[in-house]
Design a protein. Structure first.
Length: 323
């Protein structure tokens, strides 16, 4: 038996209020709620079909066969929710620099959740899809929706999922990604955030302040206040990275070029350009600004960086089937 193949496309998201720490590692329940912007430029296409002749799941990423342990674990969840027992062919094409802090696991598991659940004969609601994607990677719960998205932490498997804040935003904003290093990161998000939860003396303060930032940013988004959204975004990212530097053993994702970009953004701001940075579990910097200012910011970045390192993205859509 071979099931009908389904192909889904999901876009990455960049958190403005970060998810950094788990309350439950197995269910992937976060310590705090988070908020992100889904981007149009970076996405994953994933095709899934089940095949009763297979002895295990087969996973291809960008046409290369990969060890499927994490993916197989996710597929076990899909099988346990459906009637199907068969293993699956899974083919993903990542239009994202893989694991370089541009959140490829978010688009990957959001696309896999939709493609695999449909191939298994299930028609999940969007909250159910978000909960399923969450089990692959926490940030994937947010890539189910487009635009601004909040992942409400909840308190158990049923209550922890993302909700759209402004799905089709007409706000003329963008994010410039400065790709500093495409290499695999040294400390995975999963390991980094766990170390922080266990060892940073500042962790309780992070939880309090992230909840406060979330309330403030939702108000600022509603008011279309880019300065306020940017300030909260940048400060929240710096608090997350301060946790890493206060962990034991301490660690940091910053490289010297990361700090150069941060200084350039601060300089541009002192010249009256409204732009703010955020950073994830890697050295790349994402700059939030208006579309209007993006050309000037790109021109200034191009003095120090190759054009190929500068990628501009706009608010993007939620997960969808493409076949
Ligand atoms: C975020 N990041 O909110 C935060 C900020 C990176 C920095 O979510 O362990 O790959 O699979 O749930 O989702 C990256 O962590 O971690 C992430 P797991 P995930 O976007």
């Amino acid at each position: 038996m071979i099931s009908k193949p389904f192909t889904a496309r999901a876009h990455t998201n960049i958190a403005l209020i970060k998810y950094w720490g788990k309350k439950d590692k197995q269910l992937i329940l976060p310590m705090n709620s988070s908020l992100s912007l889904t981007l149009d430029r970076f996405y994953t296409d994933t095709e899934v079909y089940f095949d009763s002749d297979l002895k295990q799941d087969l996973f291809y990423l960008n046409d290369e066969k990969k060890d499927a342990a994490k993916v197989a674990h996710f597929m076990d969840l899909v099988r346990s929710k459906s009637e199907l027992k068969a293993f699956a062919h899974i083919k993903s094409i990542n239009h994202v620099p893989t694991t370089a802090g541009l959140a490829s696991s978010a688009s990957a598991y959001a696309a896999l959740a939709l493609a695999a659940s449909r191939a298994a004969g299930m028609q999940l609601s969007l909250p159910e899809l978000s909960r399923l994607a969450r089990r692959g990677s926490g940030s994937a719960s947010r890539s189910i929706y487009g635009g601004f998205v909040e992942w409400q932490r909840g308190h158990d498997d049923l209550s922890s999922f993302a909700v759209p804040i402004e799905e089709n935003t007409d706000w003329n904003i963008c994010m410039i990604a400065v790709v500093i290093d495409k290499a695999r990161k040294k400390i995975s998000s999963r390991v980094g955030m766990q170390r922080v939860v266990e060892t940073s003396p500042f962790y309780p303060a992070w939880i309090k302040s992230a909840e406060h930032d979330l309330t403030a940013i939702k108000k600022a988004i509603k008011e279309r206040n880019l300065k306020k959204v940017g300030e909260i975004t940048e400060e929240n990212a710096m608090k997350m990275h301060a946790l890493n530097m206060s962990a034991s053993p301490h660690f940091s994702y910053f490289e010297s070029a990361t700090i150069e970009v941060m200084h350039l953004v601060e300089l541009l701001r002192s010249e009256g350009i409204c732009c703010y940075y955020t950073l994830d579990a890697g050295p790349n910097v994402k700059i939030l600004c208006s579309v209007e200012d993006s050309e000037e910011i790109l021109r200034r970045l191009a003095v120090k960086f190759d054009k190929k390192q500068l990628l501009i993205a706009h608010p993007g859509p939620g997960v969808q089937l493409i076949n």
